[in-house]
Design a protein. Structure first.
Length: 259
């Protein structure tokens, strides 16, 4: 598997100050293996030991830069994580290897590494369920990916948020989409829309991580309140069956759309 599997930390130059604290957590929490570890960014080299830097060049947009990075990776299957997701618990090596093996055994296109929403069907692997065709949130930035499928799925000009929404629509008729039945780890999202998340900053400082507070503003006031409300609403919606949500939306369209 080592020759066909690698780990990609997706980043960009403006988040270079996060690399050191990210990789301190990563080195402590991520299982050791024979796979290559890459960081994808624009022009700044990452000097963390054991990490290979891939350059996308001057930034045009998120998806274009991402494709340039992926095209330089030789391995067939990837584990992708963002640089602002700091690992807060260990990833079990046996579970990680089991999921990685499943990628090859089933020729999976994507495995989401958390269970929100929960997968729709059982598989032969007790850790993993299938996300059936038409299910929402099939396409997430982070997770296990088939590299070539991901390259073909990306459209120039998209943001990460566009990709997760519109990319999920584009996968609606594709086989090979899965999700773990439980999160493979806990993590702290340290930055949101270019601003520090206060609770995560407190956690990072309490764990003696070398974050540079002066590098960006704190998320506070109305923006912080709005972010929390959005997350609460999102989590609440995910508790409702997506099939029921889809049926409800189709009914509303029939009632409200006039020709």
């Amino acid at each position: 598997m080592a020759n066909s599997f690698s780990v990609l930390v997706l980043s960009c130059d403006k988040y270079a100050d996060l690399w050191k604290p990210f990789f301190e957590c990563f080195e402590k929490r991520f299982p050791k293996g024979d796979w290559n570890i890459y960081i994808g960014t624009n022009t700044i080299k990452c000097g963390f030991p054991g990490v290979k830097t891939i350059f996308s060049g001057v930034d045009q947009d998120w998806s274009t830069s991402y494709k340039r990075i992926l095209e330089q990776i030789p391995e067939q299957k990837l584990f992708v994580i963002l640089e602002d997701l700091f690992l807060a618990s260990d990833i079990d090596k046996n579970e990680f290897l089991s999921i990685s093996d499943f990628m090859f055994q089933s020729d999976a296109m994507h495995i989401r590494y958390w269970a929100n929403p929960y997968p729709d069907k059982e598989t032969k692997n007790s850790l993993i369920g299938e996300c059936i065709k038409g299910a929402p949130y099939r396409s997430t930035v982070c997770g296990f990916w088939d590299r070539q499928y991901l390259i073909d799925l990306l459209i120039d000009g998209e943001s990460p948020w566009n990709f997760e929404i519109m990319g999920s629509y584009r996968t609606s008729y594709s086989e090979g989409f899965y999700a773990t039945k439980k999160p493979i780890c806990r993590y702290k999202n340290i930055v949101e829309k270019g601003q520090w998340i206060p609770d995560s900053v407190e956690w990072a400082l309490s764990n003696h991580l070398p974050i540079t507070i002066e590098s960006r503003p704190l998320l506070k006031g109305g923006n912080q309140f709005k972010s929390r409300i959005q997350m609460c609403i999102f989590d609440l919606i995910l508790r409702i069956s997506w099939q029921f949500r889809l049926k409800l939306m189709n009914t509303l369209r029939k009632i409200l759309i006039s020709y």
